[in-house]
Design a binder for this molecule. Structure first.
Ligand SMILES: [Zn+2]
Length: 119
C-alpha cells in the first residue's frame, strides 16, 4: 500500500460522511431529490472503501504467493544459518566428541572433560 492508496483509504470515508451531511442538509431544505443523489454518492464511496479493502487483501496475498514462488527450493538460508549456529554451539560446549555424537549417552573416558559428572 503506497502513500496515495493510504490517503484514499482515509479520504473515501470522509467524503462519504460529507456527502451524507449534504444529503441531510438537502432534505432539511426540501430538496429531496438532491438528498437522494448525495446518499447515492455516499454509497458509492462506501463501496469504494470496501473495494479498496478487498483489493489490498488481494495484493497482499498475491505478493506473498509471488515471494514464495521466487524463493529457491530447500530450507530458507536464514533458518539454515540458525541450524548451523546451534549445531556449532552444541559441539563447542560438548564435553567430548563421543558425548556430543551420542547426545550425552556415552563419553570418551580419555578426553571427556566431565568424567566425574557423567552417568
Ligand atoms: Zn563427555
Amino acid at each position: 500500500m503506497n502513500h496515495l492508496t493510504r490517503a484514499l483509504a482515509v479520504l473515501y470515508p470522509l467524503a462519504a460522511a460529507g456527502l451524507l451531511r449534504c444529503a441531510v442538509i438537502s432534505e432539511q431544505n426540501g430538496a429531496t431529490g438532491y438528498g437522494w443523489f448525495f446518499v447515492g454518492c455516499a454509497v458509492l464511496f462506501g463501496l469504494a472503501v470496501a473495494h479498496h479493502a478487498w483489493h489490498s487483501g488481494q495484493l497482499h496475498a498475491d505478493h506473498a504467493r509471488l515471494e514464495r514462488a521466487a524463493r529457491p527450493p530447500g530450507p530458507h538460508p536464514a533458518a539454515l544459518a540458525d541450524e548451523f549456529a546451534i549445531a556449532w554451539h552444541e559441539l563447542e560446549t560438548a564435553c567430548c566428541l563421543t558425548g556430543w555424537d551420542s547426545h550425552g549417552e556415552q563419553h570418551d573416558p580419555d578426553y571427556c572433560t566431565l568424567k566425574d559428572r557423567t552417568t
